[in-house]
Write a protein that binds this ligand. Sequence first.
Ligand SMILES: Nc1nc2c(ncn2[C@@H]2O[C@H](COP(=O)(O)OP(=O)(O)OP(=O)(O)O)[C@@H](O)[C@H]2O)c(=O)[nH]1
Ligand SMILES: [Mg+2]
Length: 199
Amino acid sequence: MSVFPQVEFLLSVAAVSQFPPDTGSEIAVAGRSNAGKSSAINAILERRGLARTSKTPGRTRLLNYFDVGAERRLVDLPGYGYAAVRPQERQTWLPLVAALRERQSLTGLVLIVDSRRGVRDEDEELLAWADPSRRSVHVLLSKVDKLNQADRAAALKSATKRLDGRATVQIFSAHSRLGLAQAQATLQELWQKKPPGPV
Ligand SMILES: Nc1nc2c(ncn2[C@@H]2O[C@H](COP(=O)(O)OP(=O)(O)OP(=O)(O)O)[C@@H](O)[C@H]2O)c(=O)[nH]1
Ligand SMILES: [Mg+2]
């Protein structure tokens, strides 16, 4: 049986007024455009085609909420670092991301980093956004099916060093399902964390 038997798409948030009630526990999934966020969500929740995946970077523009049952939610964030995003669209989602950060129910962040690129400054910004002293961050080094054994180990080592205790990190492939059980177990833990409380 699926680890998450009760998954369904909840809503797309396009304005600050549209967030679901700030209760229960939610985890944000974020990363650079094309890093593999939607693919990771589909693999982890074991639902093909739940989150839209695409070969064209920057296709997910809104905050897409998935209900995982038992007052648990996942939020698929718009990818950052994609130059072709029109300033107009940035104007739309920047306030959304700012509002998300203030939610009591946001207990963790899963940061998707392409294993071939490694952790970059733009990922650091997101790490700071999540405030690792208050919220747990778990990094998935994605698409490791494209790396050989030695490069996988090197990617993990270098990310671990750079993150320096601010986040946990693992290798992951949505395509080969490498690291899937570890990712699922980590999400279960993040959902059980206590909300961060007011700053
Ligand atoms: N080889 C390989 N390719 C992957 C993997 N995960 C995602 N991809 C590919 O990477 C591309 C982007 O994947 P998405 O899941 O749409 O990435 P995203 O981060 O949601 O992209 P945006 O929403 O556009 O920011 C697609 O062509 C996927 O098929 C993986 O584990 N292995
Ligand atoms: Mg996506």
